[in-house]
Design a protein around this ligand. Structure first.
Ligand SMILES: [Ca+2]
Ligand SMILES: [Ca+2]
Ligand SMILES: [Ca+2]
Length: 176
């Protein structure tokens, strides 16, 4: 009886159960593979977004932090905003100033509200949309009007990378 049963092999029901179990397991493995393949290019976009954010943050951090607009004749000597014809007291660009123009942004606070859109050749279809905010923020006892918090956000492919940095007024008469 026992030997008979061994020789009969699998019943149809056992075979169907086996096929169903293997099918479900295979579907699970393929779903993981599909997900991995679809998202394998994401680290590239994230890395490019980070590079753009770092470059922009560095550009802002390297600007002067003077009392007067650097084009002002008193920029190298003023000790307060009152000593300037054009004071750098506004958290915005002065009239006529624009990034990469003949009258460029020339102070940290001029970058508040700057936006850029970058397309990288060979970097996929993603557009890297960046925006910069500059806000007064006191830092370890340094007054808020002498310490600026710079925030750079870059959005691409549905993800946003944000970098922040502080810039303090350590040399208010140093011009570029
Ligand atoms: Ca200027
Ligand atoms: Ca300016
Ligand atoms: Ca300004």
């Amino acid at each position: 009886m026992c030997a008979d049963r061994l020789q009969r092999g699998l019943t149809l029901i056992e075979l169907i159960v086996f096929i169903v179990i293997v099918g479900v397991a295979l579907a699970g493995v393929l779903t993981v593979l599909n997900h991995t393949t679809r998202h394998s290019a994401d680290p590239l976009i994230r890395k490019q977004a980070l590079t753009i954010a770092e470059a922009l943050l560095e550009e802002v951090m390297l600007q002067p932090f003077t009392w007067c607009d650097p084009d002002d004749a008193n920029a190298a000597t003023a000790t307060t905003y009152a000593g300037c014809t054009t004071a750098e007291s506004n958290l915005a660009a002065e009239a006529g100033e624009a990034r990469a123009s003949a009258t460029p942004l020339d102070n940290v606070n001029d970058y508040n509200g700057v936006t850029t859109n970058t397309n990288i050749a060979g970097g996929g279809a993603a557009t890297f949309a960046a925006n910069v905010t500059v806000a007064q923020s006191s830092l370890n006892g340094i007054a808020a009007d002498a310490s600026l918090l710079i925030t750079v956000s870059v959005t691409a492919g549905g993800e946003t990378i944000q970098l922040q940095g502080y810039r303090t007024r350590y040399s208010p008469n140093t011009l570029p």
